[in-house]
Design a protein around this ligand. Structure first.
Ligand code: HPA
Length: 266
C-alpha cells in the first residue's frame, strides 16, 4: 500500500483528494472533461488492469466544482477473474490518499417495473448476492473492524443530499436497493422474479464489494445507478453490453450535471 500511495503522490505532485468517484460503464466521460493528472492502472503498483470494453482503466485527479476529487475511470470486476481483494484495493488506496467520501456509480438493469432506461437511481441499500465478500481473509485492524456494521452503508444524509441536488436540477430521480450478482452472465427471467420478490430494485455486477470495503474503512458512501435496461428483457429481445453502454450514453448529460452538483456541496 505504501508503495502504491508513494507512487501516486509522486506522480500527482501530492494532490490531496477529498472525494473519490468510481465511474461505471459508459459513465467515464467526466474524467475526460476534468483531468489534471491521469495514471493508467497498468502503471500503478499493485493495481490490476481493466479488461472490459467501455472501461478505460485509469485513475484521474481533478478539481471539480471547486473540490479535489480522484476518479476511477473504469473499475475491475469479480467476473474478470480478479479476487474480491484485488477489485477493492483501489478503495483502500483512495482512503489512504485522504478521501472522506466515495461516490460509487454503475450501469444496472431495472428490476423495479417503474424504472426505465436512462433513469438514475440513488442506492439506498444493497444485497450482496455475489457469493463472496471482499473482507474475507486476515483483518487489517488499522483499516477497520473484523465484523463491521453494515446498517447504513449508503449514508442517509448523502441520499438526501443527492435527492435535493436532483430536484434542484429538475432531474427525475429514483431510489432503491441495488442487488449485486457476480456476473458475467445476465439474469434469467426466473432470477429477476426472485430478485424482485426479495427486495431488489436494480441489478448489477459491481459496486457492492467496493461499498462494503468503503464502509468498513470509515468512508461515507453514496451510490448512483444508471438504469440501462429492463433486466432480463421481458419484451423477449436479447440484452447486450452494447445496449447497456448506449443507454448509459443517453443518461450521461444529466448524470454529469448531477455529479457536479452533488460534489459542489457534499
Ligand atoms: N444485469 C446485471 N448487470 C447489469 C445489467 C443487468 O441487466 N445491466 C447493466 N448491468
Amino acid at each position: 500500500m505504501q508503495n502504491t500511495v508513494n507512487f501516486i503522490k509522486e506522480k500527482t505532485n501530492d494532490f490531496q483528494p477529498e472525494i473519490g468517484i468510481i465511474l461505471g460503464s459508459g459513465l467515464g466521460e467526466l474524467a475526460d472533461e476534468y483531468c489534471d493528472y491521469a495514471l493508467p492502472y497498468t502503471q500503478i503498483p499493485n493495481f490490476v488492469k481493466s479488461t472490459v470494453q467501455g472501461h478505460k482503466g485509469r485513475l484521474v485527479f481533478a478539481e471539480i466544482s471547486g473540490r479535489k476529487v480522484v476518479m476511477m475511470q473504469g473499475r475491475n470486476h469479480f467476473y474478470e477473474g480478479h479476487t474480491m481483494q484485488e477489485i477493492t484495493y483501489p478503495v483502500k488506496v483512495m482512503k489512504s490518499l485522504g478521501i472522506k467520501t466515495l461516490i460509487l456509480t454503475n450501469a444496472a438493469g431495472a428490476v423495479n417495473e417503474s424504472f426505465k432506461p436512462a433513469d438514475l437511481m440513488i442506492i439506498t441499500d444493497h444485497i450482496n448476492f455475489t457469493g463472496s465478500n471482499p473482507l474475507i481473509g486476515e483483518n487489517d485492524d488499522t483499516m477497520g473492524e473484523r465484523f463491521p456494521d453494515m446498517s447504513e452503508v449508503y449514508k442517509k444524509n448523502l441520499v438526501d443530499h443527492a435527492k435535493k441536488c436532483a430536484r434542484d436540477l429538475n432531474i427525475d430521480i429514483k431510489e432503491g436497493v441495488y442487488w449485486a450478482n457476480s456476473g458475467p452472465s445476465y439474469e434469467t427471467p426466473a432470477e429477476i422474479n426472485m430478485i424482485r420478490k426479495l427486495g431488489g430494485d436494480a441489478v448489477g455486477m459491481s459496486t457492492v464489494p467496493e461499498a462494503i470495503v468503503a464502509n468498513y474503512c470509515g468512508l461515507n458512501v453514496l451510490g448512483i445507478s444508471c438504469i440501462t435496461n429492463a433486466a432480463s428483457s421481458s419484451s423477449g429481445t436479447k440484452l447486450s453490453h452494447e445496449e447497456v453502454i448506449d443507454a448509459a450514453a443517453n443518461a450521461k448529460t444529466k448524470f454529469k450535471s448531477l455529479i457536479l452538483e452533488i460534489v459542489k456541496s457534499i
